[in-house]
Write a protein that binds this ligand. Structure first.
Ligand code: PEP
Ligand code: MN
Length: 338
């Protein structure tokens, strides 16, 4: 971090900033002064420094960050790719993991039947919303805990670990006991109180990118969970809001290699929410594999026309089976195992 001082800043005031930084952070400061500049070069762990506290000083002209504001999520902190192990199923590294299931859990028989079908096709995890973040309060809100009980019945019958979204802090203990991967949805990516509380448990967290969040904001959200002590974070690119209206969102496919460059955390892609169209799921899933994603999360439904949510972007189990065959045949060319 470089702190550029205003011209003619009094040395005593610079010293005050200097002493305060050294006292409160694990850093060293190298001062350099010329006729037209006066700089403080801050080296060490600058992630704990709040830039606005420095910029608020009248004698500071600007602050230039050299390192990222996140630390635990950064590849500089941990160069090797993180692999998250969920009951023997791995996400990250050389694995290409597939999470599949309906947008919402709608009933016992339909979910168990679907879980069996996706398992036969080679999916490793079952997804399904029980607490749904719907835009309209009049839309189906999910089956709640009853849905999660049904999911666990499907798990007992298929062995597929389960992934479902949490919406509030008061459900953390329940999710910790009954869910294998806790999903934080796009709309809650910056619910910092929720993220901090999820940092206190060890359960893997699937963190979806916010609707208009930058990559750095996504990594900072991961940092919230990790700074609490939970390093088991999986990131998910699920499309962002752009001016393009043809698709529900715009899949930011380059986010995958960018995040891979910046972070050791596994990254998966959700082609269903990214596109909003069932026929775009296959090409976007192939793109995800091609750019080095660690997996995908796909919405599958036996009867998309009558789905209680997101039918338009859900593929049928037969189509999912074909998609899995295609991905499996491509994966060796992309150094991934399935
Ligand atoms: C979901 O995966 O069920 C979901 C609601 O996705 P997102 O948070 O990405 O909109
Ligand atoms: Mn959905």
């Amino acid at each position: 971090m470089i702190i550029v001082m205003c011209k003619d800043a009094p040395q005593e005031e610079i010293n005050v900033i200097r002493e305060k930084l050294i006292k409160n952070h694990d850093i060293e400061i190298h001062e350099s002064k010329g006729t037209n500049y006066h700089l403080l070069g801050v080296v060490g762990d600058t992630s704990t420094i709040d830039p606005s506290m420095i910029e608020a000083n009248r004698i500071v002209e600007k602050l230039i960050r050299v390192q990222s504001p996140y630390k635990r999520a950064s590849k500089m902190f941990k160069p090797d790719a993180s692999v998250i192990n969920i009951e023997g199923h791995k996400i990250g590294g050389t694995h290409f993991s597939v999470i599949a299931g309906p947008c919402s859990i709608e009933g016992r028989d339909s979910l168990i039947d679907l879980a069996k079908q996706i398992k036969r096709s080679g999916a490793q995890f079952l997804r399904g919303g029980a607490f749904k973040p719907r835009t309209s309060p009049y839309s189906f809100q999910g089956m709640g805990e009853e849905g999660i009980e049904i999911m666990n019945e499907a798990k007992r019958q298929t062995g597929l670990p389960v992934v479902t979204e949490i919406m509030s802090i008061d459900k953390i203990d329940y999710f910790n006991e009954n869910v294998d991967i806790i999903q934080v949805g796009a709309r809650n990516m910056q619910n910092f109180t929720l993220l901090k509380e999820l940092g206190r448990i060890q359960k893997p967290i699937l963190l979806k990118r916010g609707l208009s969040a930058t990559i750095e904001e996504l990594l900072m959200a991961a940092e919230y969970v990790m700074s609490g002590g939970n390093d088991n974070v999986i990131l998910c690119e699920r499309g962002i809001r752009t001016f393009e209206k043809y698709t529900r969102n715009t899949l930011d496919i380059s986010a995958v290699p960018v995040i891979k460059k910046l972070s050791h955390l596994p990254v998966i892609v959700d082609p269903s929410h990214a596109s909003g169209e069932w026929w775009l799921v296959e090409p976007l899933a192939k793109a995800a594999l091609a750019v080095g994603a660690d997996g995908i999360m796909v919405e599958v439904h036996q009867d998309p026309q009558n789905a209680k949510s997101d039918g338009q972007q859900s593929i049928k189990p037969e189509k999912f089976d074909l998609l899995m065959k295609t991905l499996k045949s491509l994966s060796p060319f992309l150094d991934k195992t399935m």
